[in-house]
Design a protein around this ligand. Structure first.
Ligand code: HEM
Length: 497
Protein backbone atom coordinates (compact mmCIF):
# COMPACT_ATOMS: atom_id res chain seq x y z
CA UNK A 1 0.00 0.00 0.00
CA UNK A 2 1.44 3.40 -0.94
CA UNK A 3 1.47 6.37 1.45
CA UNK A 4 -1.35 7.87 -0.55
CA UNK A 5 -3.55 4.72 -0.26
CA UNK A 6 -2.95 4.59 3.47
CA UNK A 7 -3.80 8.23 3.75
CA UNK A 8 -7.09 7.74 1.92
CA UNK A 9 -7.98 4.61 3.91
CA UNK A 10 -7.49 6.44 7.19
CA UNK A 11 -9.37 9.41 5.84
CA UNK A 12 -12.46 7.42 4.97
CA UNK A 13 -12.74 6.43 8.61
CA UNK A 14 -12.74 10.09 9.57
CA UNK A 15 -14.88 11.35 6.68
CA UNK A 16 -18.23 11.07 8.41
CA UNK A 17 -17.08 13.14 11.34
CA UNK A 18 -15.44 15.59 8.92
CA UNK A 19 -18.68 15.90 6.98
CA UNK A 20 -20.68 16.73 10.09
CA UNK A 21 -18.05 19.25 11.04
CA UNK A 22 -18.23 20.96 7.59
CA UNK A 23 -21.99 21.46 7.90
CA UNK A 24 -21.64 22.98 11.34
CA UNK A 25 -18.78 25.28 10.32
CA UNK A 26 -20.53 26.96 7.40
CA UNK A 27 -23.23 28.30 9.71
CA UNK A 28 -20.75 30.72 11.33
CA UNK A 29 -18.65 33.43 9.77
CA UNK A 30 -16.03 30.79 9.07
CA UNK A 31 -13.71 30.91 6.03
CA UNK A 32 -14.95 29.13 2.89
CA UNK A 33 -13.71 25.70 1.91
CA UNK A 34 -11.36 25.38 -1.07
CA UNK A 35 -13.31 25.24 -4.30
CA UNK A 36 -12.51 21.67 -5.31
CA UNK A 37 -13.90 18.23 -4.59
CA UNK A 38 -12.19 16.42 -1.78
CA UNK A 39 -10.51 13.99 -4.19
CA UNK A 40 -9.22 16.79 -6.36
CA UNK A 41 -8.00 18.62 -3.26
CA UNK A 42 -6.07 15.62 -1.97
CA UNK A 43 -4.63 14.85 -5.36
CA UNK A 44 -3.63 18.38 -6.33
CA UNK A 45 -2.53 19.44 -2.86
CA UNK A 46 -0.46 16.25 -2.67
CA UNK A 47 1.22 16.80 -6.05
CA UNK A 48 1.75 20.53 -6.15
CA UNK A 49 0.46 22.28 -3.04
CA UNK A 50 1.83 25.70 -4.03
CA UNK A 51 -0.08 25.68 -7.33
CA UNK A 52 -3.22 24.44 -5.59
CA UNK A 53 -3.07 27.12 -2.89
CA UNK A 54 -2.35 29.88 -5.41
CA UNK A 55 -5.43 28.83 -7.41
CA UNK A 56 -7.57 28.68 -4.30
CA UNK A 57 -6.42 32.11 -3.23
CA UNK A 58 -7.67 33.46 -6.56
CA UNK A 59 -11.02 31.71 -6.06
CA UNK A 60 -11.52 32.17 -2.35
CA UNK A 61 -9.44 35.13 -1.24
CA UNK A 62 -6.83 35.23 1.50
CA UNK A 63 -8.50 32.89 4.00
CA UNK A 64 -9.90 29.49 3.15
CA UNK A 65 -9.98 25.97 4.49
CA UNK A 66 -8.52 22.90 2.87
CA UNK A 67 -10.11 19.56 3.69
CA UNK A 68 -7.52 16.79 3.50
CA UNK A 69 -9.93 14.11 4.64
CA UNK A 70 -8.20 13.07 7.85
CA UNK A 71 -7.66 16.65 8.91
CA UNK A 72 -8.24 20.12 7.56
CA UNK A 73 -6.16 23.29 7.64
CA UNK A 74 -7.32 26.90 7.65
CA UNK A 75 -4.92 28.89 5.48
CA UNK A 76 -4.28 32.60 5.96
CA UNK A 77 -2.30 33.94 3.02
CA UNK A 78 -0.39 37.14 2.35
CA UNK A 79 1.50 39.85 4.21
CA UNK A 80 -1.36 41.14 6.37
CA UNK A 81 -2.20 37.65 7.59
CA UNK A 82 1.46 36.71 8.12
CA UNK A 83 1.65 39.63 10.49
CA UNK A 84 -1.51 38.61 12.29
CA UNK A 85 -0.69 34.93 12.70
CA UNK A 86 3.03 35.10 13.34
CA UNK A 87 3.22 38.32 15.35
CA UNK A 88 -0.14 39.13 16.85
CA UNK A 89 -1.69 35.86 17.96
CA UNK A 90 -0.48 34.28 21.19
CA UNK A 91 0.37 30.77 22.38
CA UNK A 92 -2.87 30.42 24.32
CA UNK A 93 -4.96 30.85 21.17
CA UNK A 94 -2.84 29.64 18.26
CA UNK A 95 -0.05 27.50 19.64
CA UNK A 96 3.28 26.84 17.95
CA UNK A 97 4.39 24.39 20.62
CA UNK A 98 1.20 22.36 20.46
CA UNK A 99 1.55 22.20 16.66
CA UNK A 100 5.11 20.89 17.01
CA UNK A 101 4.06 18.42 19.72
CA UNK A 102 1.11 17.08 17.77
CA UNK A 103 3.15 16.76 14.63
CA UNK A 104 5.61 14.52 16.51
CA UNK A 105 2.84 12.03 17.40
CA UNK A 106 3.69 11.91 21.10
CA UNK A 107 7.43 11.36 20.58
CA UNK A 108 8.40 14.58 22.35
CA UNK A 109 5.67 14.70 24.97
CA UNK A 110 7.96 14.25 27.96
CA UNK A 111 9.98 17.39 27.17
CA UNK A 112 6.87 19.23 26.02
CA UNK A 113 5.04 18.64 29.30
CA UNK A 114 7.99 19.08 31.67
CA UNK A 115 7.35 22.20 33.80
CA UNK A 116 9.56 25.10 32.73
CA UNK A 117 11.33 23.23 29.94
CA UNK A 118 9.95 25.18 26.94
CA UNK A 119 11.03 28.54 28.37
CA UNK A 120 14.42 27.19 29.39
CA UNK A 121 15.08 25.63 25.99
CA UNK A 122 14.00 28.75 24.09
CA UNK A 123 16.29 30.96 26.17
CA UNK A 124 19.18 28.51 25.95
CA UNK A 125 18.96 28.18 22.17
CA UNK A 126 18.68 31.87 21.70
CA UNK A 127 21.82 32.51 23.76
CA UNK A 128 23.85 29.51 22.59
CA UNK A 129 23.22 29.94 18.88
CA UNK A 130 23.52 33.69 18.58
CA UNK A 131 26.38 35.07 20.69
CA UNK A 132 29.18 36.20 18.31
CA UNK A 133 31.85 34.31 20.19
CA UNK A 134 29.88 31.07 20.02
CA UNK A 135 29.12 31.59 16.33
CA UNK A 136 32.83 31.90 15.73
CA UNK A 137 33.42 28.50 17.35
CA UNK A 138 30.59 26.93 15.39
CA UNK A 139 31.93 28.30 12.16
CA UNK A 140 35.17 26.51 12.93
CA UNK A 141 33.24 23.29 13.50
CA UNK A 142 31.57 23.72 10.11
CA UNK A 143 34.90 24.16 8.43
CA UNK A 144 36.30 21.06 10.14
CA UNK A 145 33.42 19.08 8.66
CA UNK A 146 33.43 20.71 5.22
CA UNK A 147 37.12 20.45 4.32
CA UNK A 148 37.50 16.64 4.59
CA UNK A 149 34.04 16.13 3.11
CA UNK A 150 34.92 18.09 -0.04
CA UNK A 151 38.17 16.14 -0.29
CA UNK A 152 36.16 12.93 -0.22
CA UNK A 153 33.78 14.30 -2.87
CA UNK A 154 36.72 15.03 -5.11
CA UNK A 155 37.76 11.40 -5.00
CA UNK A 156 34.41 10.30 -6.51
CA UNK A 157 33.53 10.34 -10.22
CA UNK A 158 30.32 12.15 -9.30
CA UNK A 159 28.25 12.75 -6.19
CA UNK A 160 24.49 13.15 -5.61
CA UNK A 161 24.00 16.81 -4.72
CA UNK A 162 20.78 16.64 -2.70
CA UNK A 163 21.71 13.50 -0.77
CA UNK A 164 25.35 14.24 -0.03
CA UNK A 165 24.59 17.93 0.51
CA UNK A 166 21.99 16.95 3.08
CA UNK A 167 24.44 14.63 4.82
CA UNK A 168 27.15 17.28 4.89
CA UNK A 169 24.78 19.80 6.46
CA UNK A 170 23.58 17.17 8.92
CA UNK A 171 27.10 16.34 10.11
CA UNK A 172 27.81 20.05 10.43
CA UNK A 173 24.74 20.80 12.55
CA UNK A 174 25.17 17.64 14.64
CA UNK A 175 28.68 18.84 15.44
CA UNK A 176 27.35 22.23 16.48
CA UNK A 177 24.69 20.71 18.69
CA UNK A 178 26.63 17.81 20.20
CA UNK A 179 30.32 18.48 19.66
CA UNK A 180 32.94 16.90 17.35
CA UNK A 181 33.88 14.02 19.66
CA UNK A 182 30.30 12.83 19.99
CA UNK A 183 29.75 13.02 16.21
CA UNK A 184 33.03 11.26 15.58
CA UNK A 185 31.88 8.41 17.84
CA UNK A 186 28.24 8.18 16.80
CA UNK A 187 27.97 9.94 13.43
CA UNK A 188 27.86 6.76 11.35
CA UNK A 189 24.91 5.53 13.36
CA UNK A 190 23.14 8.88 13.68
CA UNK A 191 23.15 10.07 10.08
CA UNK A 192 20.88 7.29 8.74
CA UNK A 193 18.71 7.47 11.87
CA UNK A 194 18.07 11.19 11.38
CA UNK A 195 17.40 10.75 7.68
CA UNK A 196 14.80 8.05 8.28
CA UNK A 197 13.28 10.01 11.17
CA UNK A 198 12.75 13.04 8.92
CA UNK A 199 11.14 10.86 6.26
CA UNK A 200 8.94 8.95 8.70
CA UNK A 201 7.71 11.91 10.69
CA UNK A 202 6.01 13.30 7.56
CA UNK A 203 4.37 9.94 6.71
CA UNK A 204 0.57 9.94 6.92
CA UNK A 205 0.11 6.66 8.85
CA UNK A 206 0.98 8.01 12.34
CA UNK A 207 -1.81 10.56 11.89
CA UNK A 208 -4.49 7.93 12.16
CA UNK A 209 -2.85 4.80 13.59
CA UNK A 210 -0.99 4.35 16.87
CA UNK A 211 2.77 4.29 16.45
CA UNK A 212 3.11 0.66 17.56
CA UNK A 213 0.70 -0.45 14.81
CA UNK A 214 2.81 0.37 11.74
CA UNK A 215 6.37 -0.18 10.57
CA UNK A 216 6.86 3.57 10.23
CA UNK A 217 5.55 4.19 13.74
CA UNK A 218 7.71 1.46 15.28
CA UNK A 219 10.77 2.88 13.53
CA UNK A 220 9.98 6.31 14.97
CA UNK A 221 9.67 4.84 18.48
CA UNK A 222 12.96 2.99 18.06
CA UNK A 223 14.69 6.16 16.93
CA UNK A 224 13.41 8.12 19.93
CA UNK A 225 14.57 5.35 22.26
CA UNK A 226 18.06 5.28 20.75
CA UNK A 227 18.40 9.07 20.80
CA UNK A 228 17.40 9.14 24.44
CA UNK A 229 19.90 6.40 25.33
CA UNK A 230 22.76 8.12 23.54
CA UNK A 231 22.02 11.61 24.81
CA UNK A 232 21.32 10.56 28.38
CA UNK A 233 24.58 8.61 28.60
CA UNK A 234 26.41 11.62 27.20
CA UNK A 235 24.71 14.00 29.61
CA UNK A 236 25.66 11.84 32.60
CA UNK A 237 29.29 11.75 31.42
CA UNK A 238 29.44 15.49 30.80
CA UNK A 239 27.83 16.40 34.10
CA UNK A 240 30.64 14.55 35.83
CA UNK A 241 33.10 16.88 34.17
CA UNK A 242 31.59 20.41 34.32
CA UNK A 243 34.89 22.05 33.37
CA UNK A 244 34.74 20.25 30.01
CA UNK A 245 31.24 21.63 29.37
CA UNK A 246 32.36 25.17 30.14
CA UNK A 247 35.21 24.92 27.64
CA UNK A 248 33.26 23.17 24.85
CA UNK A 249 31.53 25.16 22.12
CA UNK A 250 28.61 22.86 21.35
CA UNK A 251 24.99 23.44 22.29
CA UNK A 252 24.51 20.42 24.58
CA UNK A 253 27.47 21.48 26.67
CA UNK A 254 26.01 24.95 26.94
CA UNK A 255 22.68 23.51 28.16
CA UNK A 256 24.50 21.58 30.86
CA UNK A 257 26.24 24.66 32.23
CA UNK A 258 22.87 26.17 33.19
CA UNK A 259 21.62 25.94 36.80
CA UNK A 260 19.91 22.79 37.92
CA UNK A 261 20.89 20.84 34.81
CA UNK A 262 20.19 17.39 36.39
CA UNK A 263 16.54 18.25 36.94
CA UNK A 264 15.89 18.22 33.20
CA UNK A 265 17.54 14.86 32.50
CA UNK A 266 14.37 13.44 30.89
CA UNK A 267 14.11 16.33 28.44
CA UNK A 268 17.51 16.38 26.72
CA UNK A 269 17.05 13.44 24.36
CA UNK A 270 13.69 14.58 22.99
CA UNK A 271 14.83 18.18 22.82
CA UNK A 272 17.89 17.28 20.79
CA UNK A 273 15.71 15.39 18.28
CA UNK A 274 13.73 18.57 17.57
CA UNK A 275 16.84 20.74 17.55
CA UNK A 276 18.48 18.48 14.96
CA UNK A 277 15.40 18.56 12.74
CA UNK A 278 14.97 22.34 13.11
CA UNK A 279 18.56 22.99 12.17
CA UNK A 280 18.78 20.47 9.34
CA UNK A 281 15.39 20.47 7.62
CA UNK A 282 15.71 23.88 5.97
CA UNK A 283 19.46 24.27 5.64
CA UNK A 284 20.06 21.11 3.60
CA UNK A 285 17.70 21.96 0.71
CA UNK A 286 18.91 25.58 0.78
CA UNK A 287 22.48 24.36 0.40
CA UNK A 288 21.67 22.23 -2.65
CA UNK A 289 19.20 24.47 -4.52
CA UNK A 290 21.42 27.53 -4.30
CA UNK A 291 24.42 25.66 -5.65
CA UNK A 292 22.36 24.12 -8.42
CA UNK A 293 20.93 27.45 -9.56
CA UNK A 294 24.40 28.96 -9.61
CA UNK A 295 25.84 26.02 -11.51
CA UNK A 296 23.06 26.23 -14.08
CA UNK A 297 23.56 29.94 -14.75
CA UNK A 298 27.06 30.93 -15.86
CA UNK A 299 26.51 34.66 -15.26
CA UNK A 300 25.27 34.20 -11.72
CA UNK A 301 28.06 31.74 -10.93
CA UNK A 302 30.61 34.24 -12.25
CA UNK A 303 29.09 36.91 -10.01
CA UNK A 304 29.39 34.64 -6.97
CA UNK A 305 32.96 33.68 -7.89
CA UNK A 306 33.87 37.35 -8.22
CA UNK A 307 32.48 38.05 -4.79
CA UNK A 308 34.73 35.31 -3.41
CA UNK A 309 37.74 36.60 -5.40
CA UNK A 310 37.45 39.98 -3.76
CA UNK A 311 36.72 38.64 -0.26
CA UNK A 312 39.40 36.14 0.72
CA UNK A 313 38.76 34.10 3.86
CA UNK A 314 40.36 34.80 7.19
CA UNK A 315 41.23 31.53 8.95
CA UNK A 316 38.80 29.78 6.62
CA UNK A 317 35.82 32.10 7.27
CA UNK A 318 34.61 34.39 4.51
CA UNK A 319 33.72 37.99 5.47
CA UNK A 320 30.04 37.69 4.73
CA UNK A 321 29.07 41.08 6.12
CA UNK A 322 30.54 42.57 2.97
CA UNK A 323 29.28 39.85 0.61
CA UNK A 324 25.74 40.90 -0.37
CA UNK A 325 25.43 38.63 -3.41
CA UNK A 326 25.69 35.45 -1.36
CA UNK A 327 23.13 36.86 1.05
CA UNK A 328 20.76 37.56 -1.85
CA UNK A 329 21.25 33.95 -3.06
CA UNK A 330 20.29 32.59 0.36
CA UNK A 331 17.18 34.79 0.42
CA UNK A 332 16.14 33.89 -3.10
CA UNK A 333 16.35 30.16 -2.43
CA UNK A 334 14.33 30.67 0.74
CA UNK A 335 11.73 32.60 -1.23
CA UNK A 336 11.17 29.82 -3.75
CA UNK A 337 11.78 26.56 -1.91
CA UNK A 338 11.26 26.98 1.83
CA UNK A 339 8.25 26.23 4.02
CA UNK A 340 4.90 25.47 2.51
CA UNK A 341 3.28 25.96 5.90
CA UNK A 342 4.02 27.48 9.27
CA UNK A 343 1.54 25.68 11.50
CA UNK A 344 -0.32 26.65 14.63
CA UNK A 345 -2.85 24.69 16.66
CA UNK A 346 -6.01 26.62 17.55
CA UNK A 347 -7.40 25.31 20.84
CA UNK A 348 -10.93 26.71 20.45
CA UNK A 349 -12.74 28.71 17.76
CA UNK A 350 -11.18 32.17 17.66
CA UNK A 351 -12.10 35.47 16.09
CA UNK A 352 -9.66 36.97 13.57
CA UNK A 353 -9.69 40.54 12.24
CA UNK A 354 -12.86 41.31 10.30
CA UNK A 355 -14.89 39.08 12.62
CA UNK A 356 -13.82 35.93 10.79
CA UNK A 357 -14.27 32.84 12.91
CA UNK A 358 -11.19 30.61 12.75
CA UNK A 359 -12.26 27.10 13.70
CA UNK A 360 -10.48 24.97 16.29
CA UNK A 361 -7.73 22.88 14.65
CA UNK A 362 -4.84 23.52 12.29
CA UNK A 363 -4.12 27.04 11.14
CA UNK A 364 -1.29 27.92 8.76
CA UNK A 365 0.50 30.77 7.05
CA UNK A 366 2.25 29.86 3.81
CA UNK A 367 5.62 31.50 3.08
CA UNK A 368 5.86 29.76 -0.30
CA UNK A 369 2.50 31.10 -1.44
CA UNK A 370 3.17 34.63 -0.17
CA UNK A 371 6.47 34.53 -2.02
CA UNK A 372 4.84 33.71 -5.37
CA UNK A 373 2.59 36.78 -5.31
CA UNK A 374 3.47 38.71 -8.52
CA UNK A 375 2.43 41.99 -6.92
CA UNK A 376 5.15 41.58 -4.32
CA UNK A 377 7.68 39.72 -6.46
CA UNK A 378 7.54 40.45 -10.20
CA UNK A 379 8.47 37.35 -12.27
CA UNK A 380 7.78 35.27 -9.16
CA UNK A 381 8.90 31.93 -10.60
CA UNK A 382 12.35 33.14 -11.57
CA UNK A 383 15.33 32.48 -9.28
CA UNK A 384 16.97 35.88 -9.43
CA UNK A 385 19.05 36.99 -6.44
CA UNK A 386 19.24 40.49 -7.93
CA UNK A 387 15.74 41.15 -6.71
CA UNK A 388 17.25 41.44 -3.23
CA UNK A 389 20.13 43.59 -4.42
CA UNK A 390 18.27 46.12 -6.47
CA UNK A 391 18.75 48.97 -4.05
CA UNK A 392 20.24 50.01 -0.78
CA UNK A 393 18.48 48.05 1.94
CA UNK A 394 18.63 51.09 4.22
CA UNK A 395 16.10 52.86 2.01
CA UNK A 396 12.38 52.30 2.28
CA UNK A 397 12.09 51.30 -1.37
CA UNK A 398 9.48 48.59 -1.73
CA UNK A 399 11.95 46.33 -3.56
CA UNK A 400 14.54 46.15 -0.78
CA UNK A 401 14.86 43.08 1.42
CA UNK A 402 14.51 45.27 4.51
CA UNK A 403 11.22 46.66 3.31
CA UNK A 404 9.90 43.26 2.32
CA UNK A 405 10.83 41.95 5.75
CA UNK A 406 9.21 44.93 7.53
CA UNK A 407 6.04 44.48 5.53
CA UNK A 408 5.77 40.75 6.31
CA UNK A 409 6.21 39.91 2.66
CA UNK A 410 9.34 37.82 3.18
CA UNK A 411 9.01 34.92 5.60
CA UNK A 412 12.17 32.81 5.19
CA UNK A 413 12.97 32.82 8.90
CA UNK A 414 9.53 33.62 10.33
CA UNK A 415 8.50 36.49 12.60
CA UNK A 416 7.82 37.34 16.20
CA UNK A 417 7.97 35.06 19.20
CA UNK A 418 8.76 31.93 17.22
CA UNK A 419 11.03 33.43 14.60
CA UNK A 420 13.96 31.22 13.73
CA UNK A 421 16.65 31.03 16.41
CA UNK A 422 19.14 29.70 13.90
CA UNK A 423 19.12 32.47 11.29
CA UNK A 424 22.60 33.76 12.17
CA UNK A 425 23.88 30.21 12.42
CA UNK A 426 22.53 29.50 8.93
CA UNK A 427 24.46 32.45 7.50
CA UNK A 428 27.54 31.10 9.24
CA UNK A 429 26.95 27.61 7.97
CA UNK A 430 26.14 28.31 4.34
CA UNK A 431 27.56 31.74 3.51
CA UNK A 432 30.58 31.86 5.76
CA UNK A 433 31.77 28.30 5.24
CA UNK A 434 30.02 25.63 3.13
CA UNK A 435 29.32 27.45 -0.15
CA UNK A 436 32.42 29.63 -0.45
CA UNK A 437 34.81 26.90 0.74
CA UNK A 438 33.53 24.68 -2.04
CA UNK A 439 33.40 27.24 -4.86
CA UNK A 440 36.68 28.90 -3.89
CA UNK A 441 38.65 25.65 -3.89
CA UNK A 442 36.89 23.46 -6.44
CA UNK A 443 35.42 23.64 -9.91
CA UNK A 444 31.96 22.18 -9.67
CA UNK A 445 29.95 20.97 -12.65
CA UNK A 446 26.61 19.27 -13.06
CA UNK A 447 27.13 15.93 -14.79
CA UNK A 448 23.73 14.21 -14.65
CA UNK A 449 20.10 14.42 -13.56
CA UNK A 450 19.06 17.73 -15.10
CA UNK A 451 16.62 18.10 -17.99
CA UNK A 452 16.45 21.28 -20.09
CA UNK A 453 13.28 23.25 -19.44
CA UNK A 454 12.48 21.59 -16.11
CA UNK A 455 12.23 23.43 -12.82
CA UNK A 456 12.29 27.11 -11.95
CA UNK A 457 14.59 29.22 -14.13
CA UNK A 458 15.55 26.10 -16.06
CA UNK A 459 17.37 24.69 -13.05
CA UNK A 460 16.87 21.24 -14.58
CA UNK A 461 14.67 19.54 -11.97
CA UNK A 462 11.30 20.21 -10.35
CA UNK A 463 10.94 20.48 -6.58
CA UNK A 464 9.09 17.70 -4.81
CA UNK A 465 7.00 18.07 -1.69
CA UNK A 466 7.03 14.38 -0.87
CA UNK A 467 10.58 14.38 0.52
CA UNK A 468 12.40 16.68 2.84
CA UNK A 469 10.85 18.68 5.64
CA UNK A 470 10.77 22.44 5.47
CA UNK A 471 12.78 23.09 2.34
CA UNK A 472 11.94 20.92 -0.66
CA UNK A 473 14.32 18.59 -2.50
CA UNK A 474 14.62 17.89 -6.21
CA UNK A 475 12.16 15.31 -7.51
CA UNK A 476 15.15 13.31 -8.67
CA UNK A 477 18.81 13.37 -7.80
CA UNK A 478 21.26 15.68 -9.58
CA UNK A 479 24.88 14.59 -9.90
CA UNK A 480 27.84 16.91 -9.65
CA UNK A 481 31.57 16.50 -10.10
CA UNK A 482 34.07 18.47 -8.05
CA UNK A 483 37.67 19.05 -9.15
CA UNK A 484 40.30 20.82 -7.06
CA UNK A 485 41.42 24.17 -8.50
CA UNK A 486 45.16 24.70 -8.96
CA UNK A 487 44.80 28.02 -7.20
CA UNK A 488 41.78 29.01 -5.09
CA UNK A 489 39.76 31.88 -6.57
CA UNK A 490 40.55 34.07 -3.58
CA UNK A 491 44.31 33.64 -4.16
CA UNK A 492 44.29 34.27 -7.91
CA UNK A 493 45.20 37.94 -7.62
CA UNK A 494 48.16 37.32 -5.28
CA UNK A 495 49.45 34.30 -7.19
CA UNK A 496 49.56 36.19 -10.53
CA UNK A 497 51.62 39.10 -9.13
C1 HEM B 1 17.81 27.86 5.86
C2 HEM B 1 17.74 27.56 7.15
C3 HEM B 1 16.55 27.82 8.05
C4 HEM B 1 15.32 28.32 7.75
C5 HEM B 1 14.78 28.76 6.41
C6 HEM B 1 14.55 28.35 8.99
C7 HEM B 1 13.24 28.80 9.10
C8 HEM B 1 12.54 28.88 10.27
C9 HEM B 1 11.20 29.42 10.40
C10 HEM B 1 10.36 29.96 9.26
C11 HEM B 1 10.84 29.33 11.70
C12 HEM B 1 9.53 29.80 12.30
C13 HEM B 1 8.54 28.65 12.43
C14 HEM B 1 7.13 29.11 12.73
O1 HEM B 1 6.88 30.29 13.00
O2 HEM B 1 6.25 28.24 12.67
C15 HEM B 1 11.94 28.72 12.41
C16 HEM B 1 11.94 28.43 13.75
C17 HEM B 1 13.01 27.86 14.39
N1 HEM B 1 14.25 27.59 13.88
FE1 HEM B 1 14.82 27.81 11.96
N2 HEM B 1 15.34 27.87 10.00
C18 HEM B 1 16.57 27.55 9.47
C19 HEM B 1 17.66 27.06 10.16
C20 HEM B 1 17.70 26.84 11.50
C21 HEM B 1 18.86 26.41 12.22
C22 HEM B 1 20.26 26.16 11.62
C23 HEM B 1 18.49 26.26 13.51
C24 HEM B 1 19.43 25.82 14.61
C25 HEM B 1 19.10 25.12 15.64
C26 HEM B 1 17.09 26.63 13.62
C27 HEM B 1 16.32 26.62 14.77
C28 HEM B 1 15.02 27.04 14.87
C29 HEM B 1 14.24 26.95 16.08
C30 HEM B 1 14.72 26.39 17.42
C31 HEM B 1 12.97 27.48 15.80
C32 HEM B 1 11.77 27.56 16.73
C33 HEM B 1 11.82 28.78 17.60
C34 HEM B 1 10.80 28.66 18.74
O3 HEM B 1 10.78 27.64 19.42
O4 HEM B 1 10.04 29.60 18.94
N3 HEM B 1 16.65 26.98 12.37
N4 HEM B 1 12.97 28.47 11.52
Amino acid sequence: MSSFDLYVAGGIAAATIGGLYCVKATRNNTPPWAKASIWRTINEFGNNPVKFLLEQRKERGDIFRVNLLIFSITFVIGAKWNRWLLRETNEEDASFYEAVRDWHHGLIDVAHNFPGWQERALKAMSAALNAPIRLEKMSKYFLDVAVPTYQSWEAETSIPLFDFGSELVLRAVLTTLLGPTFVHEHGEELVPIVKSFERDIGHPSPMFLPLWATGVGRRLLKTRKRWRELIEAEVVARLEDPARCKKAGDYLSYLLTLDDAERYMDCYGEHIITAVTASHANSDGTFAWTLLHLLRNADLLAEYENEIRSHPPLEGRYPIKSMPFSEACLRETGRLYTNLVLLRWVYRDMVAPGGIMIPKGWLAASPLVTHRDPEIYPRPEEWDPHRFLSDDSATSSSTSYASKFRNHEFVQFGYGRHACLGEKLTHCLLRETLWPTLIDNYRVEVVDGVVAGEGLSDVGVEATFSEGLGTTFGEREVWIKVTKRDVPLSEEATSSV
